[in-house]
Design a binder for this molecule. Structure first.
Ligand SMILES: [Zn+2]
Length: 251
């Protein structure tokens, strides 16, 4: 591993620590910068030594120093996932604007998917500013703003249409997450993301129905599937499009 990749990974650990705060506080509609981090059980303000990503969790064996209440495994996992995401972005695109775009995008996806899994809601405070940042980065980057705007329309529009057809099967948060993904991925990569998300969501839904864990009319949390589709489109979108084009035009 090269030094920039390792440095990106370390930065990812600390950003992941902040993403944990966002995942915890955004659904509560409280500030993500103040007050300082406390144990949710005993309200003790955590000393800086307990805020070191991953290591504090291991050192404290997953328990609060003062009251001993268990700290969710989510915390170190989100930090590790963010570290891997940042490392992968720099490994793929070097120290470039494209890597920064990918890192910002992946951070937003982590917060959106985790809040959706925990509360069933993807907060507007993630998707609305996220979409604007995605468009702004597209405007200064090599990909054109037009591609990004088309991506927003395609991503948000497709999910809005599905929400209207399914009458509530798809939430407003999913629609806005689709728009955010379109801003970062642009057209036609957003199409790849949606196709992968629907495929994965469909397979998982049928699996759950077969296992009789869900009935046909139950809602499934779709955010994580959109997130998985977005990751696939971000890293392998071009290859998937080439492969799909090859199927359409057999030589
Ligand atoms: Zn405590």
């Amino acid at each position: 591993m090269s030094l920039p990749v390792v440095l990106a990974g370390v930065a990812g650990l600390f950003v992941g620590s902040f993403l944990n705060v966002c995942i915890h506080r955004l659904p509560l509609r409280t500030s993500v910068v103040s007050p300082r981090s406390r144990c949710p059980a005993c309200r003790t303000i955590l000393p800086p030594i307990d805020l070191i990503p991953v290591f504090s969790y291991l050192w404290l064996r997953g328990r609060c120093r003062s009251c001993g209440v268990g700290i969710g495994l989510r915390y170190p996992l989100v930090e590790l996932a963010t570290a891997v995401a940042f490392g992968a972005a720099v490994a793929r695109w070097g120290s470039s604007l494209a890597a920064l775009q990918a890192a910002v995008f992946l951070s937003l996806l982590i917060v959106a998917c985790l809040t959706d899994l925990q509360t069933g809601i993807i907060p507007n405070r993630v998707t609305v500013p996220g979409t604007i940042v995605g468009l702004a980065l597209a405007a200064v980057g090599p990909a054109s703003l037009v591609t990004a705007v088309l991506g927003v329309i395609a991503g948000g529009g497709t999910l809005l249409l599905l929400a209207l057809i399914s009458r509530g099967g798809m939430g407003g948060g999913d629609i806005k997450l689709g728009a955010l993904m379109g801003a970062f991925l642009g057209w036609p990569h957003i199409g790849v993301a949606l196709a992968v998300a629907f495929l994965a969501g469909g397979v998982a839904g049928m699996g759950l129905m077969a296992a009789q864990r869900k009935r046909r009319r139950d809602e499934i949390t779709f955010g994580p599937f959109l997130g998985a589709g977005a990751v696939a489109a971000l890293f392998w979108g071009a290859s998937i499009l080439l492969w799909y084009g090859g199927i359409l035009r057999p030589s």
